[in-house]
Design a protein around this ligand. Structure first.
Ligand code: PMP
Length: 586
C-alpha cells in the first residue's frame, strides 16, 4: 500500500493541471488511499483476502484508537474520578477531555450534556426508562418511523405497552423512503416524543430530520435522534438541529465497542431520573437517604469503560479533522457502487439513492439473500444480509431481507469492482441448473457404508464448491412445503434465512417436511431430514447435530450463525418430539 502510494506521488507531475475536475478526482483518490493507511485491518492477516463491505455493522478501527486504548491498559490503567494520586488525576483529565471532544464533535452547548453509555442501544433505553417514569401521561403517543433499528423501536414499544400509550409509525413509500408529508401530519398535540433515525441502517437513507424536528418542536413533543449511522458520514450539530436527545455508538465510527454517547439538553438530563444506581453517580449516601450527582455523572453508575472513552475521543477527532475529505471519498465510492450495481440487470436497489450515505441495500428476485451471502463469503467478500435489525421495515417492503453493502472512507473502487464481478458469478451459479457432481471416491469404505445417500455425497465432496453443489442438488430434491404449512407455528427463528419445518409423528416415527427460499438452507434441511426422518422420538432426542455435521466435514463450511440456524431447526424438531401435541398441529 505504502509503495503504491509513493508511486502515485511520483506520478503527481503527470496530472493535467489544466483539467481541474481530473485533478480533484485524483486528490480524492489519493486521500482515499491516505486515509486507508490509518486502519491496520487492511495491512493485517486479513488484508489480502478480505473485502470488507460491512461497516454499518461495525467499522474498522483506527490505529490511533488502538494505540490510545493499548496505552491506557499498558501504561495508565487506573480508575477515574476516585483516586487522588497523580496518574489517576491525569487519566481523569484525559477522560473528561474526551467529553469536551465529543461536545465539539456534535456541537453541543456544554460537555455536561454528554453522557457515556455502552452504546446507542443503552442510550435509548436510558432515555426511554427515564421518560417512562416522569414524562408521559395518559393519552400521549410516541412516534417512530418505519425505518427504525430495533434499538429505536423495542424500548418505546415496551414503554407504550407499560403505560398504555399509543406507538405510531411514520410511513415509508414502496422503496423504503420516509413519506415526509404524511409523517409531518402525524405529529400532533398528542405526540409526546418523536424518535427517529438520522440515517437508516438498513437502507442508508438520510432522513429529513430537520423538518421532523421543527414540526415536533412546534407541537411541543420531545425528540430523540438515533445518529448511530450518521456521525461518521455527516456533519452533525445538535444545537442547529435543536433535538432534545441524540445517540450514537463508538464502534460505528472507527472507535471501540462497548462505548456510546447520549447527548441530552442539560435541563432535560436534569429532569430525567437516574438509570442505574451505585457508586460514582451519588453525591451523598446514608441508610436514610441518597442524593445524586448532577448530569452527566448521575447517569454513569460504576466504573466506566475508560479505554472506550479514550478511544471514542480519538476517533471523533479523526473524523472531525478529515470530514470533508471523507465525505468526498464516500460520495465517489457510493456513485461507483451505484453504477456497478445498476449495471447488473437482476439487481433491484432499495431506498433513497440521492439522500443517502454510502450504504446500499439490494435484492435479486428469485435469489435468496442468504445464498448470495454464503457464496460472497466464500469469495472473502463481507456483506450483511437479512433484516438488519429492522424487521418492521422489511415487512413494510414485503421482503424477508436484503443484501446490504456498507462502505466507509477506507474502501476502494477496486473493492467495489471485485464485488461486482463476484455478484455476476454468484447470480449465475445460483440461477443455473445444478448438475451431478464428480466427487472423489477415496473416502474410507467403512465410514461410507454407514452413511445415508445425501450424507455420503456431502462427505465425499472435497472442496467447498463440490459441497455447495451437493447441497444445492439435495435441496432441489426436497419436496416443497405446502403454503398452508408455512405459518408462525412451523417457522424456525434464529436462522439467517426464512425456514419452516413441519413435524409429524406417525406410529412414533418422525415425518419431516420443510422449506426455505434459500437453496443452501433447503440442502441443509435435506441433510438433517435424512438423518432424522423415520426415527423414534427417543432416537431424535439423542441426536447430536454438531457431531453429525462434523462427520460429514460440513462443520467447517458453516459459520457460527449458519450453524446456529441449523441448531434452531433441530431444536424445533426435538421440541416437537418432546411435546408433539403442544408444539405443532398435526
Ligand atoms: N441504531 C442504528 C441506526 C444502528 O445501526 C444500530 C447498530 N446497528 C443501533 C442503533 C444499535 O447500536 P449498538 O448495537 O451499538 O447499541
Amino acid at each position: 500500500m505504502v509503495i503504491r502510494y509513493i508511486k502515485y506521488l511520483a506520478n503527481l507531475r503527470s496530472i493535467d493541471n489544466n483539467n481541474p475536475q481530473k485533478f480533484i478526482c485524483f486528490i480524492v483518490f489519493m486521500s482515499a488511499n491516505i486515509l486507508r493507511q490509518h486502519f491496520p485491518f487492511f495491512f493485517g492477516p486479513n488484508s489480502q483476502s478480505s473485502v470488507y463491505l460491512d461497516s454499518a455493522a461495525t467499522s474498522q478501527k483506527l490505529q490511533s484508537v488502538i494505540a490510545v486504548t493499548q496505552q491506557y491498559y499498558q501504561e495508565r490503567a487506573v480508575n477515574v474520578h476516585r483516586s487522588s494520586h497523580q496518574l489517576a488525576a491525569s487519566v481523569t483529565e484525559q477522560f473528561e477531555q474526551c467529553r469536551k471532544t465529543i461536545q465539539h464533535f456534535i456541537g453541543a452547548k456544554s460537555h455536561k450534556e454528554i453522557v457515556w453509555t455502552k452504546g446507542a442501544t443503552e442510550s435509548i433505553n436510558l432515555v426511554a426508562s427515564g421518560l417512562a417514569k416522569n414524562h408521559f401521561k395518559a393519552g400521549d403517543s410516541i412516534l417512530v418511523s418505519a425505518l427504525e433499528h430495533h434499538a429505536n423501536i423495542v424500548p418505546w414499544q415496551h414503554v407504550a405497552k407499560d403505560l398504555g400509550l399509543q406507538l405510531r409509525v411514520m410511513p415509508v413509500d414502496a422503496m423504503g423512503v420516509l413519506q415526509l408529508e404524511e409523517s409531518l401530519q402525524m405529529i400532533n398535540s398528542t405526540t409526546a416524543l418523536v424518535a427517529v433515525a438520522h440515517v437508516s441502517n438498513a437502507l442508508g437513507n438520510i432522513n429529513p430530520i430537520a423538518e421532523i424536528l421543527s414540526k415536533a418542536k412546534q407541537m411541543g413533543a420531545l425528540t430523540l435522534i438515533d445518529g448511530t449511522q450518521a456521525v461518521s458520514h455527516l456533519n452533525v450539530n445538535v444545537q442547529q438541529l435543536d433535538c432534545d436527545f441524540y445517540v450514537f455508538s463508538g464502534h460505528k465510527m472507527f472507535g471501540p465497542t462497548g462505548i456510546g454517547v447520549l447527548y441530552g439538553k442539560y435541563q432535560l438530563l436534569e429532569q430525567l431520573p437516574p438509570y442505574q444506581l451505585g457508586g460514582e453517580m451519588i453525591e451523598k449516601v446514608s441508610f436514610a437517604e441518597t442524593t445524586f450527582q448532577a448530569p452527566p455523572l448521575k447517569f454513569e453508575a460504576g466504573t466506566p469503560n475508560i479505554a472506550g472513552v479514550l478511544g471514542i475521543g480519538v476517533a471523533s477527532e479523526f473524523i472531525q479533522n478529515n470530514k470533508n475529505t471523507m465525505m468526498q471519498i464516500e460520495e465517489t465510492l457510493y456513485q461507483h457502487l451505484l453504477s456497478v450495481l445498476s449495471g447488473i440487470p437482476q439487481v433491484k436497489l432499495w431506498g433513497d439513492k440521492v439522500n443517502s450515505i454510502c450504504v446500499q441495500s439490494f435484492t435479486i428476485p428469485g435469489v435468496s439473500h442468504y445464498d448470495l451471502a454464503v457464496l460472497l463469503d466464500k469469495r472473502n467478500i463481507a456483506v450483511r444480509v437479512g433484516h438488519h435489525c429492522a424487521m418492521p421495515l422489511m415487512h413494510e417492503l414485503g421482503l424477508d431481507g436484503t443484501v446490504r453493502v456498507s462502505l466507509a472512507t477506507y474502501n476502494t473502487k477496486s473493492e467495489i469492482n471485485t464485488l461486482g464481478a463476484a455478484l455476476i458469478e454468484c447470480i449465475s451459479l445460483l440461477t443455473e441448473p445444478v448438475t451431478q457432481v464428480e466427487t472423489n471416491h477415496s473416502v474410507d469404505k467403512v465410514e461410507q457404508t454407514k452413511l445415508l445417500p445425501i450424507a455420503q455425497s456431502i462427505q465425499q465432496a472435497k472442496t467447498w464448491d463440490q459441497t455447495y453443489r451437493q447441497l444445492m442438488l439435495a435441496g432441489k430434491e426436497l419436496a416443497r412445503l405446502a403454503e398452508q404449512y408455512k405459518t408462525e407455528v412451523t417457522a424456525v427463528h434464529g436462522c439467517e434465512s426464512q425456514v419452516w419445518v413441519h413435524c409429524l409423528l406417525e406410529n412414533d416415527r418422525l415425518v419431516l417436511q420443510g422449506d426455505s427460499p434459500s437453496k443452501i438452507v433447503r440442502g441443509l434441511l435435506a441433510v438433517i431430514f435424512e438423518a432424522l426422518s423415520g426415527k423414534t422420538s427417543h432416537q431424535v432426542l439423542v441426536f447430536n447435530l454438531a457431531e453429525y455435521l462434523e462427520s460429514l466435514h460440513l462443520g467447517r463450511h458453516l459459520s457460527q450463525s449458519r450453524g446456529n440456524g441449523l441448531s434452531a431447526v433441530v431444536d424445533k424438531i426435538m421440541a416437537y418430539c418432546q411435546h408433539p401435541s403442544a408444539t405443532q398441529e398435526s
